[in-house]
Write a protein that binds this ligand. Structure first.
Ligand code: FES
Length: 326
C-alpha cells in the first residue's frame, strides 16, 4: 500500500516549457523528451543557474545562463562556443513517471508502485487541481481528515446550514505506514457539494498513507461514488503543496456539467481550509514555545504523527472505536 513515489503536479501542467518542482527542499526540473518525461536537479553544475529558467531544445534542457545543454539523463551534450572535446559534466537525474494524469517523482531506490487513488482507471472520471498552503504536512493531512471542522469552516459548502448533528460510529484501523477511519451512520451531508455529487451514502472512509496521501472515500450501497485523493508534500519547511484528484464512476455522470458546477465549490472549500491553516500556522510560529492541545475528537492526529515519525500507528495492533456527534 505504501509507495515512495510522490505526485508533484498534473501531467497537463508540463508542456513544452520545463516545469520546476520542489520535493523536501530539493529543487527539480521536469521536462519532456521524445523518450518521455525526465527529472533533473534544478541546478546547472556550471554557475548554479536554475535550469528550469531555460528551454527544451531537441529533447535536451538548455541552461538560460551560458547555454550548456543536458540530456534526460543529466549528461552535458553541448557547451556553446567550445571548440574541441566536450568535458564531462552531469546534473543529478531522478526517477519520474507519468500516470493517471499526474507526474510522480522519487529519490528512493526502491519506490514501489505509485498510488493513484482508490478510484482510478477505466470507467472513472477525474478532475485535478493543484494548491499550496503555508503549513506543515501533518496539519494539512489532519485538516482534510478531520470531520469536526467542517461544521464551522465549510458551513453551507460541505455541511448544511442547520446545526443538526447525527451520532456516527468511527472505526479506526491501520498498518505500517497507513491509518484509516470508517464512518458509519452519517447520512449524506447537506452542503452543496454532497447534494451535487453524492447519492445515498452507506459509509465514508478517510485515510492517510505515508508519505503524503490523504484520501476521502464516500461510498454508497454499490461502492465508492466519490473519492478525493490529495497527494501532499512538504515542498519547503513552511509550504505544503498538493495535487487533489476528485474521481467518480463515469456511469454516475461526473461529467462536464457537474464539473462546471462542482469545481468552484471544491476550490472554495480548499481556499477556506487554506486560509484557516495559514492563519493557524502564523500563530503557531508566534507562540512557538507553547504546545498545541489535542482533544478527544482529534482521533487521527496521533496516528498521522506516528506514521510521519516512521512509527507503526497504535491502531495497527489495537483498532479503536469512537462514537461522535457529527
Ligand atoms: Fe548554466 Fe553557465 S550557469 S551554463
Amino acid at each position: 500500500m505504501v509507495s515512495k513515489w510522490i505526485a508533484v503536479g498534473r501531467a497537463s501542467a508540463l508542456g513544452r516549457r520545463p516545469l520546476p518542482v520542489t520535493l523536501d527542499g530539493l529543487p527539480m526540473v521536469l521536462f519532456r523528451t521524445p523518450a518521455g518525461v525526465r527529472a533533473l536537479t534544478d541546478r546547472c553544475p556550471h554557475r548554479s543557474a536554475p535550469l528550469s529558467g531555460g528551454r527544451v531544445v531537441d529533447g535536451d534542457i538548455e541552461c538560460p545562463y551560458h547555454g550548456w545543454r543536458f540530456d534526460g539523463n543529466g549528461r552535458c551534450r553541448a557547451m556553446p562556443g567550445l571548440i574541441g572535446e566536450l568535458p564531462r559534466a552531469f546534473v543529478p537525474s531522478h526517477q519520474v513517471l507519468e500516470r493517471d494524469g499526474l507526474l510522480f517523482v522519487t529519490t528512493a531506490k526502491d519506490p514501489g508502485t505509485p498510488y493513484v487513488g482508490a478510484l482510478s482507471g477505466p470507467g472513472t472520471a477525474a478532475l485535478r487541481l493543484e494548491n499550496r498552503v503555508t503549513s506543515t504536512l501533518a496539519e494539512v493531512a489532519e485538516n482534510i481528515l478531520d470531520a469536526t471542522h467542517t461544521h464551522f469552516t465549510h458551513k453551507g459548502v460541505l455541511r448544511g446550514l442547520s446545526p443538526r448533528r447525527h451520532t456516527v460510529e468511527v472505526s479506526v484501523t491501520g498498518g505500517d505506514g497507513w491509518v484509516e477511519a470508517r464512518y458509519v451512520g452519517e447520512p449524506r451531508q447537506e452542503g452543496l457539494v454532497s447534494r451535487l455529487l453524492e447519492g445515498e451514502r452507506a459509509d465514508s472512509i478517510g485515510r492517510f498513507i505515508a508519505p503524503g496521501i490523504v484520501e476521502l472515500e464516500f461510498r454508497g450501497p454499490r461502492g465508492p461514488h466519490l473519492v478525493t485523493t490529495f497527494h501532499l508534500r512538504q515542498a519547503e519547511p513552511d509550504t505544503v503543496r498538493g495535487v487533489a484528484v476528485l474521481s467518480g464512476p463515469s456511469r454516475l455522470g461526473l461529467g462536464y456539467l457537474k464539473a462546471a458546477l462542482f469545481f468552484p465549490l471544491f476550490r472554495l472549500a480548499v481556499d477556506q481550509d487554506q486560509r484557516i491553516l495559514s492563519a493557524a500556522h502564523r500563530r503557531r510560529q508566534q507562540f512557538a514555545d507553547i504546545r498545541q492541545m489535542s482533544g478527544p475528537l482529534d482521533i487521527m492526529r496521533p496516528h498521522i504523527d506516528a506514521i510521519l515519525a516512521g512509527r507503526r500507528p497504535s491502531v495497527a495492533d489495537t483498532p479503536a472505536r469512537h462514537l461522535i456527534s457529527l
